[in-house]
Design a binder for this molecule. Structure first.
Ligand code: SF4
Length: 461
C-alpha cells in the first residue's frame, strides 16, 4: 500500500519531509510530472498561434472578472429559461447544505460524483458521509484515492503519487482482484465493472463545471473517461457545482479555452469528452449550484484577483520544482501547487501562511499558465502581506529583517562574509553538523580565502 503523506494539521515543510523519505518515489513523481510538462511543451509548439490564444484567453477572463455580477445574472436568467434550477452558495457550508437538501428532497442516500475540485474544496464527500449519504467518485484516479481514504494529490491526476503495484493491492482489498496483479488494463477493466454497477444503481449524479456560458446558460464538463456523461445521463437528478469564476461570456469563446485546457494539462489536443449540458431531459431535474466561497473577496483585491482566471489545467503544478519534489498532499489544501498557494491564504491566512513560501519564485508557473496569471508575482506579494500581518514565525521574520539590513549595508555584508568564511575554514563543524538540516543532503564546499568582490578588485584590468 502507498505510504500515507496525508496528515491534517501538518505544515508544508513537515509533509514534504514525509514525502521525501522515499527517494525513489520522489524521483519518479518528479520525472512523471516533468514528462507531462514536456508533452505540454510539444503541444504548445505545434500550435503557431499559441501565444495569441493565451493572450486572448487572458483578456476574455479579464472581461469576465470586470463584469462578473452582470454575467452571473445573465447566466442565471438563461439557465432558468432552459429549465435548470439555479442555487447560490456564499460558502462551502451553504454549498454542502444545498446539495444535501436536494438529495433529501428526493429521498436519496446514494449518489455518483465525477471529478469536481470545487466539491473537494468544500469537503462535500466528508459532509455527506456524516449525513449518511454514500458517495462514489467515478473518475478512476479519484476512486483510487477515495478507496485509500485520501484526498487527491493533483487536480488533473488525482493519484499521481500511487504506483501501479500499490493500486493492484488496493483493488485486491476493495474490489477482490487477484493479489499481485498490477496490469493497468486489467485494473482499469475491474474498476469499470465495479463502477458500472454504481452508475446503474444511483438516481443522483454530481458533476463539476469547466466552463459556463452566460449567453446561453449552458455548461461544459471535460473528462477523459466519460464518467460525467454516464452519471448525468443515467440519473434522475443532475447537480452541477461550479465556482462563480467559471463563466465565459459567449459560446464562441469556448474554442479558445478548449484548445488551451487539455494541451496545457496533459499534452492532449483535446479531452476525450467535452460534454455540453443545456437543459434537463424530459422527467429529469437539473440543478446548478453557484459557489462564492471567498471568490468575491479575491476579486476585490487588485493584487490577487487575477488568480480567478485559473482554468485548473495543473500546468503550473507539473512544472513547479517544489511541487514535483514535495507531492500534492504537502500543500494541505484541495488545490495544491503554485495556484493553490495563492488561493488558499485568501480562505484562511493563518492555516495557509506557509504555502506562498513553498516556491522558488523561478517563474516557470507563470510561463506555462494558459491564461497568463502572474503566479510567481502573486506568491511574492502574499509573502509580503503575510509577513506584514504577522502570520509567519518570529524567527523567520527576524532573520529576513537581519538579512535585509545586512544586504543594504555593504560594509557589514563584507565583514560578515569574511567572518563566515573564516569560521567555515577553521571550525566547519559549527555549521556542518547534525543540527543543521541544510547539510543533511549537501556537502559543504571549501570556502575561498577571497570573496568575489576582493578577487575582482585585485584582478580587474
Ligand atoms: S494557474 Fe494557470 S497553469 Fe495553474 S492551474 Fe490555473 S490555469 Fe493552469
Amino acid at each position: 500500500m502507498s505510504e500515507s503523506f496525508w496528515a491534517p494539521g501538518a505544515t508544508h515543510a513537515e509533509l514534504a519531509e514525509a514525502f521525501n523519505q522515499n527517494e525513489a518515489r520522489v524521483n519518479w513523481h518528479d520525472e512523471t510530472l516533468w514528462w507531462v510538462r514536456q508533452k505540454r511543451d510539444r503541444m504548445a509548439r505545434s500550435v503557431p498561434e499559441w501565444e495569441l490564444l493565451r493572450e486572448t484567453a487572458s483578456q476574455i477572463k479579464e472581461q469576465v472578472l470586470s463584469s462578473l455580477s452582470e454575467y452571473l445574472e445573465q447566466f442565471e436568467a438563461q439557465a432558468t429559461l432552459n429549465g435548470v434550477q439555479v442555487h447560490w452558495a456564499t460558502d462551502a457550508d451553504e454549498h454542502n447544505r444545498i446539495v444535501h437538501g436536494i438529495l433529501k428532497e428526493h429521498g436519496v442516500d446514494r449518489m455518483v460524483k465525477s471529478k469536481s475540485m470545487l466539491t473537494e474544496e468544500c469537503h462535500l464527500n466528508e459532509y455527506l458521509k456524516e449525513q449518511g449519504i454514500d458517495v462514489v467518485d467515478t473518475d478512476l484516479g479519484e476512486r483510487i484515492v477515495q478507496l485509500a481514504g485520501e484526498p487527491p494529490s493533483h487536480i488533473v491526476l488525482p493519484c499521481i503519487h500511487w504506483k501501479k503495484e500499490e493500486i493492484g493491492e488496493l483493488f485486491h482489498q476493495h474490489l477482490g482482484t487477484p493479489k499481485g496483479n498490477a496490469d493497468p488494463p486489467f485494473l482499469t477493466h475491474a474498476a469499470r465493472l465495479a463502477l458500472r454497477k454504481e452508475f446503474l444503481a444511483r438516481r443522483v449524479a454530481i458533476t463539476g463545471v469547466n466552463f459556463a456560458i452566460a449567453e446561453t446558460g449552458e455548461f461544459v464538463v471535460c473528462t477523459n473517461e466519460g464518467n460525467a456523461d454516464m452519471g448525468a445521463h443515467l440519473s434522475d437528478v443532475h447537480i452541477a457545482c461550479m465556482g462563480i469564476e467559471k463563466l465565459l461570456p459567449l459560446r464562441e469563446h469556448l474554442g479558445v479555452f478548449l484548445r488551451l485546457l487539455t494541451r496545457s494539462a496533459t499534452g492532449q489536443p483535446i479531452t476525450t469528452y467535452s460534454s455540453h449540458f443545456r437543459k434537463p431531459r424530459p422527467g429529469q431535474q437539473m440543478h446548478i449550484v453557484l459557489v462564492d466561497n471567498g471568490r468575491s473577496q479575491q476579486l476585490s483585491s487588485d493584487d490577487f484577483r487575477g488568480s480567478l482566471k485559473c482554468i485548473r489545467c495543473a500546468a503550473c503544478m507539473n512544472t513547479c520544482p517544489v511541487y514535483r519534489r514535495s507531492g500534492g498532499h504537502s500543500y494541505h489544501t484541495a488545490i495544491a501547487g503554485p495556484i493553490g498557494s495563492i488561493l488558499a491564504p485568501n480562505l484562511d491566512r493563518k492555516q495557509y501562511a506557509d504555502l506562498p513560501f513553498a516556491s522558488t519564485l523561478c517563474g516557470s508557473c507563470s510561463n506555462v499558465c494558459p491564461v497568463k496569471i502572474d503566479i510567481h508575482v502573486q506568491l511574492y506579494k502574499w509573502r509580503q502581506v503575510l509577513v506584514k500581518d504577522g502570520y509567519v514565525a518570529v524567527g523567520k521574520k527576524l532573520s529576513i529583517e537581519a538579512m535585509n539590513y545586512t544586504l543594504s549595508h555593504p560594509g557589514l555584508y563584507r565583514f560578515g562574509g569574511k567572518v563566515g568564511r573564516w569560521f567555515m575554514r577553521t571550525m566547519p563543524w559549527l555549521v556542518n553538523n547534525r543540527l543543521n538540516p541544510w547539510y543533511k543532503q549537501r556537502d559543504m564546499p571549501t570556502p575561498t580565502k577571497q570573496s568575489f568582490g576582493e578577487w575582482y578588485k585585485a584582478n580587474r584590468p
